[in-house]
Design a protein around this ligand. Sequence first.
Ligand SMILES: [Zn+2]
Length: 536
Amino acid sequence: MELQLKLTEPEKEAFELALEKGMNFFEALRFSGSVLPENYRVLADHYGYRFLPEVPEGASRVESEGFVFYTDEKAVYTHNPFRIPAEYTIDRAIVIVPPSRGAGAVEGSEEDFWVSLIRDAVLNGWGDIHYEPSESIYRIRIRNDLGKIETYRKVEKEQGERLLRRFLNLAGVPTSMLHVPQDGRISFGDIKSNEPSKKSLREFLEKIKDTPCDMRISVIPTNKGPSAVIRILPRNRTISTDLASLGYSPEAIKKLSGYPKLSKGLILVVGPTGSGKSTLIWAMEKLADPEKRKIVSIEDPIEAEVPGVQQVEVKLPVYDKDGKLIGVDFATAIRAFMRQNPDVIVVGEIRDEETARTAIQASNTGHLVISTLHANDEIEAVKRLLDLAQEKDIAKVVNQIRLIVAQRLVPVVCPECREMGFFPKVEVNDLFLSRVPVEIRKLLEERVKGQEVLSSAVRETCGKCRGGFAGRRPVVGILEMTRELRDFVVRKEGIFETDEFMKIARDNSGYRSYVEDAVEKLRANEITIEDFIEIL
Ligand SMILES: [Zn+2]
């Protein structure tokens, strides 16, 4: 049987090199830098092991030659069967679990705790780590590759706070100032730093060097103690910019593809954090053709390197000891880049009046501007931009907008698990409707009532997917701002009825909102009712 590993080209090269060096499959996979959990599953299948999402309760912890695994009378639970001592494997089946899911007191050094947590995060594709205090413990949770929050482990309060302070030190956050919100960052590039003050940071980075990443940390004082979120930004990851493989439908691709080629105007992508905005923008940068045009991008933070694009990272306002501003904000960076005469300017986010006005000015003077905005949906984005720009002549703003994309990422059900009937079905009847949030009741009543839809409460899985799900796909609303629509908004001076706007958009360009796209996917049993409700 041939192994069907989903490795990218550079990962594959590293993987094969590691095998040549005599590493076992698991070590080689780690060495390759693959972050796809599927690859662990492929290996489990290949070697006849079973795959479980976590260690069952009641299994006891065994430590052997510095390696930790779990066992009960039925099986041995590990993420690396090659390191299990022979006496454990004779009459007990081995089950594969993802690396490190222990509980209780942290053993080993504080630094080792962070090394294994950060490495797990990169290897498993976790987006962020949530470090949350309660009365007596710290709970550490992660946002997994499906965008869902999972508990990683709990540690006793005092130790939890000590661990957090250790990390804050590495990230340059003054731990004497935890009564106010603080931000910090760890840059993997500091592994090369010569500064004596960065010695312990360098040592830390050295330990995670086969899973390199940058980290952003934000810590706020809560009534139970400092609470932190660490965002993980893997380095050297290959980003997919192909809309079809990212899960966009052929109709969506047809609509999206032309706009990045425009020579001026404004393209906006909206949605909450984690809705795939950055990925869509990378795809648009590719479509904008960095070979033939000059593309510059201002980001906060730089999440991945995009070939052919000049990237600059926005820094929070930073002043030197003489009070001189040494950081750079979005608006300053746009103005600086405009002097270099680019064709396309990508602005990470329009979040203040000055950025809004500068971006609009750039789009009005022969540049295509692509940016994101915090708005719930396509129509709110128009209103939000008008609000931010504070421009009396609203035509100046509205006439720049060419395209607004609103999207969410939703876990898609594994077709195999669905086929096998592992997903419980629920009928959308009056009883069901009486239990859903009132804002979406009407929508479900109109579009889905009387149908059976799938519930996330999957009890069994095919073993090849991620707990019954096969990754996340975008649900998307693509609003083409045609001349008729722009004229309508200008005529109404920015104050208009959503229904009237939608009707023109539908008649004009066959517009369908992201909510309508989600309803279609729900009806087609591609997403579950719980995930549907969550994205609205
Ligand atoms: Zn499945």
